[in-house]
Design a binder for this molecule. Structure first.
Ligand code: PEP
Ligand code: MG
Length: 556
């Protein structure tokens, strides 16, 4: 029987195929007591398994490259955490087997993380994944994770750990669907980076039977169970048409009457540059430099390493804009050497620019590395700070940039409602704004972006969020400055039309979304974009805003 489930579409495209579930079985090793004389052997087994899993994660990272690589390397570090390992040893010394010691030590650490607040939900999934891998190795059973299959399939999971999303083979994995995870979660960002259709926060996903044929629409969030042959043919025809139109799309981002809105790429490092170029990115609108720092959370990467990575990205875009965001550490991206471990509420604590202003040496090194990397290159370098709250923040950042001798435009991300409301004051200090709608939604609705159950409030179609976007864009227009969007909102083609109508001047997104946004934007005039934006803002909820914009644009 045909049935439709609705989740949140986070990565465009249509996938039709059979369901394969992720191997997530929790392997609980027996709690048998081992004789004391066996402890050294068990210690050695545990150590060897940890090392092998860490090496495997690093190898997968090398294979995946880009943002995925940094995430996998962070997981490898997690596996080798000295405190965790010390706890494993203690447990083995009092009679645990290697597998039971690992299992219990990770459980204790997990409980600690979970009690530290919801913000750590994403890291808990990573930790469970590392534990499962080590325990599976010790028990000699297959690794949990991506199913073995020679046939293409649609992957279903409760949530996807970065280690798994990195391994998804686009030629085999037609798309994926998760029960948990929000539209701005790590998994969603990685899926877009890979260009695989994906739907997250789909209630009932884990109960869909293995082998069920499904049709996944990564744009609408609809997942059809057992679609009829006729429906499958229809969807395939629409998808093929869309694909052909997308392949034919090229050139700069603009409305049908020629209003230019540059379409830029979000990148995490040099590995993401080829996809940006293939999809016709007109530059980079967000270079998330913190991925270079996640390799080793105990210290900053050397200036030389930074220069090398920055230069590789900057030299790929001669004559183009490249907007580099300085290190955004803290909250969901903690770094041991910078982030306080005892904050009661890290998302509201010392993170982003606040961290850098407390560690001016780290900021100075990064800015100087950027200056050196850009030296002699024909790129238009722009540098921006994350989590700017007010004019003083913007001023302190601009001063640091000037003191580092940086020849670039300085800008501020608008991720905190106060910055959107007082954008004019901020523009007294910096030259451009970039709306980080992921965090802006999180702070506007007091809804943790990592919690799938709050997806309704993180929906960037929420009219309150659109009001804040309008407020920042109006201030930028009045000041003769630019105001782009680099949060995930920019990758939704219909929302991109609305953002253009609100006065946003550029859109930056995961590279695979660029052709979708380009094609949709090119269908409407600027006046239509403005009318759609007005209709969306006049609505009372995200669903209603989307429907209102759709209605205006379809001329109903
Ligand atoms: C944002 O918050 O919208 C943003 C672009 O930054 P990040 O997703 O890296 O926090
Ligand atoms: Mg942010």
């Amino acid at each position: 029987m045909e049935k439709t489930l609705r989740g949140v579409g986070v990565s465009h495209g249509v996938a039709i195929g059979q369901v394969r579930h992720m191997g997530t079985a929790v392997l609980e090793p027996p709690a048998t007591q081992i004789p004391t004389e066996d402890a050294p052997r068990e210690q050695a087994r545990a150590q060897a398994a940890v090392e092998a899993v860490a090496a495997d994660l690093i190898a997968r990272g090398n294979l995946a490259g880009g943002e995925a690589q940094a995430v996998l390397e962070a997981q490898a570090l997690m596996a080798q955490d000295p405190e965790l390992m010390a706890d494993v040893s203690r447990r083995i010394a009092v009679g645990s087997s290697a597998e039971r010691g690992v299992y219990d030590a990770f459980a204790a650490y997990r409980a600690l993380l979970a009690s530290a607040g919801d913000y750590l939900a994403g890291r808990v999934a990573d930790l469970d994944d590392v534990r499962n891998r080590i325990v599976a190795r010790l028990l000699g059973v297959p690794m949990p994770g991506v199913p073995d299959s020679d046939e293409p399939y649609v992957l279903f999971a409760r949530d996807l750990a970065p280690a798994d999303t990195a391994l998804l083979d686009p030629t085999l994995v037609l798309g994926f669907v998760t029960e948990e995870g929000g539209p701005t979660s790590h998994s969603a960002i990685l899926a877009r980076a890979m260009g695989v259709p994906a739907v997250v926060a789909l209630p009932g996903a884990i109960e869909v039977g293995e082998g069920t044929v499904v049709a996944v629409d990564g744009s609408s969030g609809d997942v059809l169970l057992e679609p009829s042959q006729k429906k499958q043919d229809e969807l395939r025809a629409v998808a093929a048409e869309r694909k052909a139109a997308l392949a034919a799309s090229s050139g700069p981002g603009q409305t049908s009457d020629g209003h230019r809105v540059p379409l830029l790429a979000n990148v995490g490092g040099p590995a993401d540059v080829p996809a940006a170029l293939e999809n016709g990115a007109e530059g980079v609108g967000l270079f998330r430099t913190e991925f270079l720092f996640l390799d080793d959370s105990a210290k900053a990467p050397s200036a030389e390493k930074q220069v090398e990575a920055y230069r590789k990205v900057l030299e790929a875009f001669p004559g183009r804009r490249v907007v580099v965001r300085v290190l955004d550490a803290g909250a969901d991206k903690p770094l041991d050497f910078l982030t306080p471990g005892d904050e009661p509420n890290p998302a509201l604590g010392v993170r982003g620019l606040r961290t850098l202003l407390e560690h001016p040496d780290v900021l100075r090194t990064q800015l100087k590395a950027l200056a050196e990397a850009a030296d002699g290159l024909p790129v238009h370098l722009e540098v921006m700070a994350p989590m700017v709250a007010d004019r003083k923040d913007a001023k302190d950042f601009a001063t640091a940039c000037r003191e580092a001798g940086l020849d670039a435009k300085f800008g501020a991300m608008v991720e905190i409602p106060s910055a959107a409301l007082r954008a004019r004051a901020i523009l007294q200090e910096v030259e451009f704004l970039s709306l980080g709608t992921n965090d802006l939604a999180q702070y506007t609705f007091a809804a943790d972006r990592q919690v799938g159950a709050l997806a309704r409030l993180q929906d960037p179609w929420q009219p309150a969020l659109l009001d804040l976007v309008a407020s920042a864009a109006d201030a930028a227009r009045a000041s003769g400055r630019s105001c782009g969007v680099c949060g995930e909102a920019a990758s939704d083609p219909l929302l991109a039309v609305v953002l253009t109508g609100l006065g946003v001047t550029s859109l930056s997104m995961g590279a695979a979304s660029i052709p979708y946004v380009r094609t949709t934007l090119a269908k409407y005039t600027l006046a239509q974009c403005r009318r759609a934006a007005e209709a969306a803002r006049a609505a009372d909820g995200a669903e209603e805003a989307r429907a209102a914009a759709q209605q205006v644009l379809s001329g109903e």
